[in-house]
Design a protein around this ligand. Structure first.
Ligand code: SF4
Ligand code: SF4
Ligand code: SF4
Length: 179
């Protein structure tokens, strides 16, 4: 069984928001909410400054606190791809998972359940890339199996410098940012 992850090349991301718009359309994300978003981070001191532009979403963590805190089992690890998912009709909207996620990756859907990035499993099951990955005009996102040593994402992780977000949180995120 694969263990899905993403590698995102921050050198290629131009912050155009196409991934955000594609996700909203693909997944019927209600107006005013989003499953992915753009962050910019400036590093260094003047005049030695650099800016990283990142497209962010749920990290489908290997050690997800949003799953362990969920009282109903709505938040769970799906067998297919070992991804973190929410079963809407099991969710009571208690927001424990929102408090537990250090990445602010979840929101309460107007219908009362918690929603977040699914890694577009409905597309991946049809051998398609997630919507955000497929529309990126600079091809800065790569989706694949972290347990396949020959996958494109593992090749990138072997050859390029990379980091994850808030590694100190102990969540073991599965989205890696190339620098
Ligand atoms: Fe859970 Fe947040 Fe990790 Fe996603 S990023 S698996 S919502 S802790
Ligand atoms: Fe579980 Fe829903 Fe509560 Fe989140 S809001 S912890 S998914 S029951
Ligand atoms: Fe949205 Fe799918 Fe991309 Fe997740 S993988 S951010 S659900 S388009």
């Amino acid at each position: 069984m694969p263990r899905f992850g993403m590698v995102i090349d921050t050198r290629k991301c131009v912050g155009c928001q196409d991934c955000v718009v594609a996700c909203q359309a693909e997944n019927d994300v209600p107006h005013g909410y989003c499953r992915d978003w753009i962050t910019t981070e400036v590093r260094g001191t003047f005049p030695q400054l650099s800016m990283e532009i990142r497209t962010e979403r749920c990290n489908h963590c290997d050690n997800p606190p949003c799953v362990s805190c969920c009282p109903t089992g709505a938040s769970h690890v799906e067998d297919f791809g070992r991804t973190v998912q929410v079963t809407a009709n099991k969710c009571i909207g208690c927001k424990a998972c929102i408090a537990a996620c250090p990445y602010d990756a979840r929101y309460v859907h107007p219908k009362g359940y918690v929603d977040k990035c699914t890694f577009c499993l409905h597309r991946v099951k049809d051998a398609l890339d997630p919507a955000c990955v497929s529309v990126c005009p600079t091809h800065c996102m790569y989706f694949g199996d972290l347990d396949d040593a020959k996958s494109v994402i593992n090749g990138l992780l072997r050859t390029r410098k990379h980091h994850t977000l808030l590694p100190e949180a102990g969540t073991k995120p599965r989205i890696f940012y190339l620098t």
